[in-house]
Design a protein around this ligand. Sequence first.
Ligand SMILES: Nc1ncnc2c1ncn2[C@@H]1O[C@H](COP(=O)(O)OP(=O)(O)O)[C@@H](O)[C@H]1O
Ligand SMILES: CC(=O)OP(=O)(O)O
Ligand SMILES: [Mg+2]
Length: 403
Amino acid sequence: MTATATRVLVLNSGSSSVKYQLLDMADGRRLAVGLVERIGEENSRLVHTPLATGGEKRETEGAIADHETALKAVAAELSADGLGLDSPQLAAIGHRVVHGGLRFTEPTVIDDAVLKEIERLVPVAPLHNPANITGIRTAQALRPDLPQIAVFDTAFHSTMPEYAARYAIDVETADAHRVRRYGFHGTSHAYVSRRTAALLGQDPAEVNVIVLHLGNGASASAVAGGRCVDTSMGLTPLEGLVMGTRSGDIDPAVTFHLKRVAGMSADEIDELLNKKSGLLGLCGDNDMREIRRRIDEGDERAALAFDIYIHRLKKYIGAYYAVLGRVDAVVFTAGVGENAAPVREAAVAGLEELGLAVDAGLNAVRSDEPRLISPEYARVAVAVVPTDEELEIAQQTYALVSA
Ligand SMILES: Nc1ncnc2c1ncn2[C@@H]1O[C@H](COP(=O)(O)OP(=O)(O)O)[C@@H](O)[C@H]1O
Ligand SMILES: CC(=O)OP(=O)(O)O
Ligand SMILES: [Mg+2]
């Protein structure tokens, strides 16, 4: 790293999207931000904003077949503004990696052995680790000289106590196959719980928070004094809340039932639960905006899907309230949590006895800033705190390479 190399590029490769940010860590400035979505479909879209040059947001529509093509398109957009990957000011590239298993609980410099381990974990993050690996390989090919750092979704949850991390199954079988609860979205849960403490004007070590990360994938976590003590995702990002296309919690016997009675294979059941379930399976749409629009038009299937989503969410709020004993804040984040006021209102409705309430006026405000939405009299704060996984990854990446 040269003395002038203070920039970090962050790649957050999801199952069908890539989010990215280029930051200058010397002054914290965001130089470029962007998103490629609907990768693999006909109507992919790249949105790129070159903040450094004050340039306008640029949108490109058209099929982007895979993650490698997407990343090359991102590199070309950055180059067009003189912010290309060939820049000597680039210190490192930080990658979100979803599953780090038991081995990775800290940001890690990626070498062949690390990449091999991330590959070994593909069966327990089938929608995510392959995309992360493509991101790493493509970035390595473009800048083989630069440090590439992996920041793991599972890392923040590694502090979960054993009684929260273990499934109640035979210990030998579980240990032989590393079957346990790992938890995901950890970078977001860490960032948002810390940011919530700041919003309350308190030390993170003093604050107990329930974080509801509601994106396409969704998870809840109970954070006590800055440490995760429980989270809703498990061995894989399938457990827990109802999600865009994932079922979340079900009786495990549903899987053998479908195998024995419906003759489905393990792969077919995997695909059913990960890609054809959740809101999509319940009503045909996985986007909360579309579901709300249908509900407003009187669509009963969309209304039932919404009710199932909220019922599960409310159960986790109650469960984590009990786990924490004392709760200072319940905080909503990610695409649904930050934008869908009806979800926030419904999730907290009826929980007044727990000290939880939402102020309708505050809840209706649209903003990119962290904010309280609970009335002043409420014992527990309810907040909306936009997540910034890319900033958190950039900070952890830069801390490692500049140490
Ligand atoms: N204005 C909005 N109102 C309601 N829901 C929204 C809005 N904007 C985005 N969403 C929801 O957020 C989801 C995407 O969230 P995001 O956190 O970006 O997910 P991911 O990182 O898993 O791709 C969309 O699928 C949609 O359901
Ligand atoms: C782990 C996970 O579910 O991630 P995402 O929400 O990006 O799909
Ligand atoms: Mg996400």
